[in-house]
Design a protein around this ligand. Structure first.
Ligand SMILES: [Zn+2]
Length: 310
């Protein structure tokens, strides 16, 4: 009905040329956080969904036909970029047979464009080292400031594809950025007492978060990306953690909770299950509630009073 009314209005104003320019944008993303930002920026003109769910490992999404079908009629596809989805997206995109969202088309967006990338490798990169993210660390969705860059970028893309609503997209992105700034001040205050504290993530996906909030990272539960730790690695790691006073291990729902807990136990630390993408745990429905939950649980665990100790 809404589109009928708009059609009528546009015709009356003599604005209707041809094609789908006035249709709402169907947006698909490879990460829930990107869908959340897209929804904020798109508001009522956009429906955004993510192929990878928040409790699934964004590196390894099975390239199922159902995913290809889900984006068959999408107007926009937003990739995380930096090869985080490099293992599955190159299969899913062509499988969709949707020319609008293939790389190079107007409807394909690399959300990492404009983001300040951390851990860009220098020198030669060898795949023999495992999944080492050869373009730099792709887990920028853990930096609230990086999401502002994404929001501004998406406002531009949506405006190009749907010029009639450009003013709304710009206003929504501005509102998103302002909300991030206000929230960031609150999150920084919550973590302020723990500046310089070290934590051990399961995978090196906490680099942007640690950088933004002044935390230190100490190794990873996995010895190499995708490789679970063996008992010898665990005991060596735990010994080193004790020496350095590392008291917190964090892991996502899609990683091996037993391994994370074993490492924490051996080191006299706490293992905390966290959601780094929204939808990963209850109460993380959008990027704001995700950071609210993440920051509170990390502050709680570092205070030693509460948190996800098991
Ligand atoms: Zn990674």
């Amino acid at each position: 009905m809404k589109s009928l009314i708009r059609f009528a209005l546009a015709s009356a104003a003599g604005l209707l040329v041809a094609g789908p320019a006035l249709a709402d944008l169907k947006v698909a993303t490879s990460l829930t956080d990107l869908a959340s930002v897209a929804q904020w920026v798109g508001g009522k003109h956009v429906t955004a969904t993510s192929l990878c769910r928040g409790f699934e490992d964004p590196h390894f999404v099975p390239a199922k036909p159902s995913l290809m079908k889900a984006i068959q009629h999408a107007d926009v596809f937003i990739s995380t970029g930096l090869e985080l989805d490099g293992g599955w997206l190159p299969l899913v995109l062509p499988g969709s047979r949707n020319p609008k969202i293939q790389p190079g088309a107007k409807g394909f967006v690399d959300a990492s464009e404009g983001v300040e990338v951390l851990e860009k490798p220098t020198g030669t990169v060898s795949r023999a080292e495992g999944d080492i993210h050869p373009l730099g660390n792709p887990h920028y969705n853990l930096d609230p400031k990086a999401l502002e860059v994404v929001a501004d970028h998406l406002a531009q893309v949506f405006s190009e594809l749907d010029a009639a609503n450009a003013a709304d997209y710009a206003a929504n992105a501005k509102q998103f950025d302002e909300k991030i700034e206000a929230s960031l001040a609150k999150w920084q205050k919550q973590l302020e007492p723990y500046k310089g504290a070290a934590l051990l993530p399961y995978h090196r996906n906490f680099v942007y978060f640690a950088d933004r909030f002044g935390l230190k990272l100490f190794g990873t539960v996995e010895p190499k990306p995708g490789i679970p730790p063996n008992p010898r690695y665990i005991s060596e790691l735990a010994g080193a953690m004790k020496k350095e006073g590392v008291k917190l291990v964090v892991y996502q729902p899609y990683y091996d909770a037993d391994a994370a807990n074993q490492v924490a136990k051996a080191a006299g630390a706490v293992a905390l299950e966290i959601a780094s993408e929204c939808g990963g745990l209850p109460g993380t429905d959008d990027v704001f509630s995700k950071f609210d939950t993440l920051v509170s649980s990390i502050a709680g665990a570092l205070s030693g009073k509460s948190g996800g100790a098991r």
